[in-house]
Design a protein around this ligand. Sequence first.
Ligand SMILES: C[S@@+](CC[C@H](N)C(=O)[O-])C[C@H]1O[C@@H](n2cnc3c(N)ncnc32)[C@H](O)[C@@H]1O
Length: 183
Amino acid sequence: MSRKKFISEVFKSTGTIGALSPSSSFLAKKMLAPIDFDNAKCIVEFGPGTGVFTKALLKKMSPDAKLLTFEINTAFIDELKTIEDHRLEIINDSAEKIKQYIEAAGFTSVDYIVSSLPFAVIPDEIVHRILTNSDDNLSENGRFIQFQYSLNAKKKLESYFSEVKINFTPFNLPPAFVYNCKK
Ligand SMILES: C[S@@+](CC[C@H](N)C(=O)[O-])C[C@H]1O[C@@H](n2cnc3c(N)ncnc32)[C@H](O)[C@@H]1O
């Protein structure tokens, strides 16, 4: 998807995208760094957009692992559908519905959730449901990995997860903080 088309989706989306361009490969590397790909069998992605992290995840995942991506923007869904990989399930629904889809895919829990959701622009009650359901559906050693453009999400994430570590990359527009949260 061209940058022009991405920006036109931003204006049509009434604030649900929360970025002016897709993330950089540098940010993708930081987001995926905490993942133990040898042992990850079920990975969930929230807000894949044009698929920067989706493609990076698929490159590193084991042949028998599964990736479920939740995206509400139908133009991005069309873009994601061009990725041909039997391990990928593209779900055109909101992240808060995680439980019903992981169960339908035959899993009882998720090893990692990689989230790009723009918490600053999503209503509080929806963020609350997304974070509660994420924590509930993570496996014992599961991790919720989220990027944001500020440190404002730290307190909120600490109230849902037992530990929150923060990493940073200046090589993204805008520069981004990566929150690595333990169940
Ligand atoms: C900041 S963009 C990130 C796109 C991409 N992952 C990247 O980093 O370039 C956030 C994405 O979250 C999606 N989104 C917003 N609310 C959502 C929700 N409740 N469930 C699933 N996706 C959502 C938007 O449509 C958008 O594609």
